[in-house]
Write a protein of this length. Structure first.
Length: 500
């Protein structure tokens, strides 16, 4: 029997009324298991209205009240992490351990939100002039929205709404319609933790729902994570409508391997970073740049490891990589591999024909490894978002860094070397927002912000950390001058007994 996912508005499930529905497929079987309501502008408006009404009291609530709720929320998420991970696996397809890791990374931001009292401390300068003090404070924006991708249906929403509501805002979340159930579960648990009705709302839908959020006059800010073309659209449209925007786009993350690197460690890192979560993550390493004579040995080590990865259903404890999200996406990823040889690449591993016994209709693809890839090939230029690793060759460190910096993307990058001087030079010279030194996926911890450069970010603020707090608040400076009581003509009677 097909399950139905509705919206979550005003603290309760609200049935869709648009008459439009979207299919949700189990990627391991290819079977449609769920249908999700797709909102029209009126339903989006109802979610925004609920958030606006809740903001009237939540925006002035005490920090103690907010953090008490968030601490309870964190405990509920921890207790239900297996259930959240199971919902992710059922609709996204990633293996359970990957899904648990996603929940853990989302919990980091909830924990940051629990300590928001420190982040929201203002500044005070006394006696800047005679009897004049200046204070700087930060206040919430109002109703804010988040538009999140399919690849992390729990983590990316948790990168947004916990900080937003901790800062005093109310939130409307529009998750991916491809795997919507995790978002509803997060909202239901927040309500169970005591979050007032309307503070967190979930509305499902496609482009009409997105456009309604971008145009709504009561939405003050929009957070987005997704592909670069959509990030550009979100940023341009929301900005034109006077909204604050952080729009995180796509990536083509490079890993530079110097001749002195530990090649076993580099190969391990390349395999886990390129093929983990089936490559469906914006921080995946999708291009390895081998410097000098290490290329052949490095490719051989990567191949040896990649061939051992077990692909299967995400709910099978022995599976190390699951299927892709849809059959159409699987076919698109495969097209880059089948066309690679014609564009000059050496196809070391071709995973396009992979199937899983008993699950032949699932969205399967194996691991692909392309060597000697040219920078003008489609496999290199495009964000593939699948388990395809390109290897490029460079003669020198300088050539490798120039190759990386020529990319239009600048999300994350990594260097593998034993030379501290080379690593230090790399972290200063490379044009990317997140850099790893012998760390293949340099996603910052929750109290440092996540974000890229160039076509990987549109807007001025990175997500979570200090940037996240600043994005969801606005500054106000108050200058105060009070007369001294002794200046009053007859003095001031403070009500104290007089001693004669």
């Amino acid at each position: 029997m097909t399950k139905t996912v509705h919206h979550f508005i005003g603290g309760k499930t609200v049935e869709g009324t648009s008459g439009e529905w979207g299919p949700v497929t189990d990627p391991a079987t290819g079977v449609v298991t769920t249908r999700v309501a797709l909102a029209d502008a009126d339903e989006v408006g109802a979610a925004v209205a609920s958030a606006k009404e809740a903001y009237a009291t939540w925006g002035t609530s005490s920090l103690a009240q907010r953090t008490a709720i968030l601490f309870r929320y964190r405990a509920l998420l921890d207790a239900r992490r297996d259930d959240i991970a199971a919902a992710i696996t059922a609709e996204h397809g990633k293996v359970h351990s990957d899904a648990l890791g996603e929940v853990a990374r989302g919990l980091e931001i909830v924990e940051l939100a629990c300590g928001i009292t420190v982040q929201l401390k203002g500044e005070l300068s006394t006696q800047v002039s005679n009897r004049v003090d200046v204070a700087a404070i930060r206040q919430p924006l109002g109703v804010v929205a988040g538009i999140t991708p399919f690849n992390f249906p729990a983590m990316v929403p948790m990168w947004m709404f916990p900080l937003a509501v901790a800062c005093g805002n109310t939130f409307v979340l529009k998750p991916s319609e491809k795997d919507p159930s995790a978002a509803n579960l997060l909202a239901e648990l927040a309500s169970e933790a005591g979050l007032p009705d309307g503070v967190l709302n979930v509305v499902h839908g496609g482009k009409p729902a997105v456009d309604a959020l971008l145009a709504h006059p009561d939405v003050a800010a929009v957070s987005f994570v997704g592909s670069t073309p959509i990030a550009k659209y979100i940023h341009a449209t929301a900005s034109a409508n006077g909204k604050r925007v952080q729009a995180l786009g796509g990536a083509k993350n490079h890993m530079l391997v110097l001749p002195d690197a530990d090649l076993d460690a580099a190969a391990d890192a390349a395999v886990s970073a390129a093929y983990g979560s089936a490559g469906e993550r914006c921080m995946a390493i999708s291009a390895v740049v081998a410097v000098g004579a290490v290329g052949d040995e490095l490719v051989a080590k990567i191949r040896e490891r990649a061939e051992k990865i077990k692909i299967g259903p995400g709910n099978d404890p022995t599976s190390e990589m699951g299927p892709l999200i849809t059959a159409a996406h699987r076919d698109k990823v495969a097209s880059y591999v089948t066309g690679a040889a014609a564009q000059g690449a050496e196809v070391v591993l071709d995973g396009t024909g992979h199937t899983v016994d008993g699950h032949e209709d699932g969205h399967w693809i194996g691991l692909s490894l392309l060597d000697k890839v040219s920078t003008d090939s489609d496999a290199y230029r495009d964000e593939i978002f699948g388990p395809v690793l390109c290897v490029l060759r460079a003669e020198t460190y300088e050539e490798g860094v120039a190759l990386i910096n020529a990319s239009p993307f600048g999300n994350g990058t990594a260097i593998f070397t034993r030379d501290g001087g080379a690593a230090r030079r790399f972290q200063l010279e490379v044009q990317a927002g997140m850099v790893g030194v012998n760390v293949p996926i340099p996603v910052p911890v929750g109290y440092h912000s996540f974000g890229g450069w160039k076509d990987s970010l549109f807007g001025d603020h990175h997500i979570y950390g200090n940037d996240g707090v600043h994005f969801y608040t606005r500054g106000k400076v108050v200058t105060t001058r009070w007369p001294d009581p002794s200046d009053a003509p007859a003095g001031v009677d403070l009500g104290f007994p007089r001693n004669h």
